[in-house]
Design a protein around this ligand. Structure first.
Ligand code: GDP
Length: 431
């Protein structure tokens, strides 16, 4: 979701305006009571558009003088947010500090809106015309205290915000599953098993909406679309393909799925080919269930070896849901659908901005990011920009090294879960 930062010198009513926006149901705040001091970002919604609203008040350094502080705040807002709202006090007019902030903001390529606050009375509207001098376009007269005209301001805000990037897998209908794995791991056996030897493969090519190469399968009270099962069912065709062709086909199946079932033959050592398939899944950002098949052939000794192989091989996909099955005997096959559901729930999950930021301030207070080039990066706030997969954007004053990002991901998973889904952490650094 896009980010709107609210900037302004102290006492212009910045926080009142933020609260006003959040309180008048323009916004939904999902706050956890308790830690509030470091919380600077909130979930807001207006006219069906969701955005993160960031109160830059918390960033004010206190030593460098007011003008420098407000300019620095504007600078920071500019480099982290998609749009900036500068709040000035209409009863005071544009001060030097406001002008300094406006200068910074005018340099930005980001859209900037100007709110003239404390216009509690219609008669004061005329005075706000003087604020055109800030060079930020039309001033929006508002009264944060009374709520006057804040709707017009929000209309302007949502018109200004960029569209959020498209999210994968938002197509309606049954959830899409890719069943993949190297030849002979038991894909077709498993598909037949869960489809009850074809009986519950519902209308394989019914109507025009179902791609004939897909199978609709009823599983655990839910219909699933297994994509590109033609290759699995008509095995002769697949066998004639080269490995290159097969890998393209696997890739395409992953791309058109939401959750991937990766089949591995548990009775054999984990192979290069298995690892290549798993890497494809990690890179795709899809939810994942790792299915260890042929469990009927796994004895005590093999089981021990397998754990060691998985420990080594699955570093990047430890988060996957795991099920040990036997397509031959039917062992644990009924656990497949619950695992897919769990994975998809994680994949769809959105953490409210308030909760995310109280988590973040706790973690950072306990373990601050490592110093780089003599500087301690300051992480300002976080927002979950996307789902499918969950993608958290951290706004920081400096680069965060990969090790620290992985540490944050571990902590994020400890707090919020996400079993079966990858989680992405992106860092936006101010220039
Ligand atoms: P695909 O190439 O991935 O579709 O694999 P198939 O489903 O054709 O299975 C390959 C071979 O493994 C066949 O001989 C199956 O009978 C056998 N197989 C599949 N699943 C199991 C299982 O759970 N246990 C055992 N013992 N054999 C299996």
């Amino acid at each position: 979701q896009p980010v709107l930062a609210v900037v302004g010198r102290p006492n212009v009513g910045k926080s009142t305006l933020v609260n006003r926006i959040l309180r008048r149901r323009a916004a939904v705040v999902q706050d956890t009571p308790g830690v509030t001091r470091d919380r600077v970002a909130y979930d807001a919604e207006w006219a069906g558009r969701r955005f993160a609203l960031v109160d830059t008040g918390g960033w004010e350094p206190n030593s460098s003088g007011l003008r420098a502080a407000v300019s620095a705040q504007a600078e920071m807002a500019m480099s982290t947010a998609d749009a900036v709202l500068l709040v000035v006090d209409a009863t005071v007019g544009a001060t030097e500090t406001d002008e300094a902030a406006a200068r910074v903001l005018r340099r930005s390529k980001r859209p900037v809106l100007l709110a003239a606050n404390k216009v509690d009375d219609e008669r004061l509207v005329a005075d706000t015309a003087a604020l055109w001098s800030l060079g930020l376009g039309e001033p929006y007269p508002v009264s944060a205290l009374h709520g006057r005209n804040s709707g017009d301001l929000l209309d302007a805000v949502v018109r200004t915000l960029p569209d959020s990037p498209g999210e994968a897998g938002t197509v309606a209908g049954p959830r899409r599953v890719a069943l993949i794995g190297k030849p002979n791991v038991g894909k077709s056996s498993l598909l037949n098993k869960i489809a009850g030897e074809d009986r519950s493969v519902v209308h394989e090519s019914a109507g025009t909406t179902v791609d004939p190469v897909d199978s609709l399968v009823e599983l655990d009270g839910q219909t699933w679309r297994f994509v590109d099962t033609a290759g699995i069912r008509r095995r002769v065709q697949l066998a004639s393909g080269t490995e290159y062709y097969a890998s393209l086909r696997t890739k395409a199946a992953i791309e058109s799925s939401e959750v991937v079932i990766v089949l591995v033959d548990a009775s054999e050592p984990l192979s290069e080919q298995d690892l290549r398939v798993l890497t494809m899944v990690v890179e795709s950002g899809r939810a994942c269930v790792l299915v260890l098949n042929k469990w009927d052939l796994v004895d005590h000794e093999r089981r021990y070896e397998l754990e060691r192989e998985l420990d080594r091989g699955l570093v990047r996909i430890r988060w996957a849901e795991r099920v040990n099955v036997s397509a031959r005997t039917g062992r644990a096959v009924r656990k497949l659908a619950p695992a897919m559901r769990t994975a998809l729930e994680s994949w769809d999950k959105r953490i409210p901005t308030g909760q995310l930021n109280s988590w973040l301030s706790e973690v950072i207070a306990a373990t601050p990011p490592p110093v780089r080039g003599g500087k301690q990066p300051k992480v300002l706030f976080a927002t979950q920009a996307r789902v499918r997969p969950p993608t958290v954007v951290l706004f920081s004053t400096g680069f965060l090294e990969a090790g620290y990002r992985r540490f944050l991901e571990r902590r994020l998973r400890e707090r919020f879960g996400f079993p079966g889904s990858p989680v992405r952490i992106n860092v936006r650094v101010r220039q």
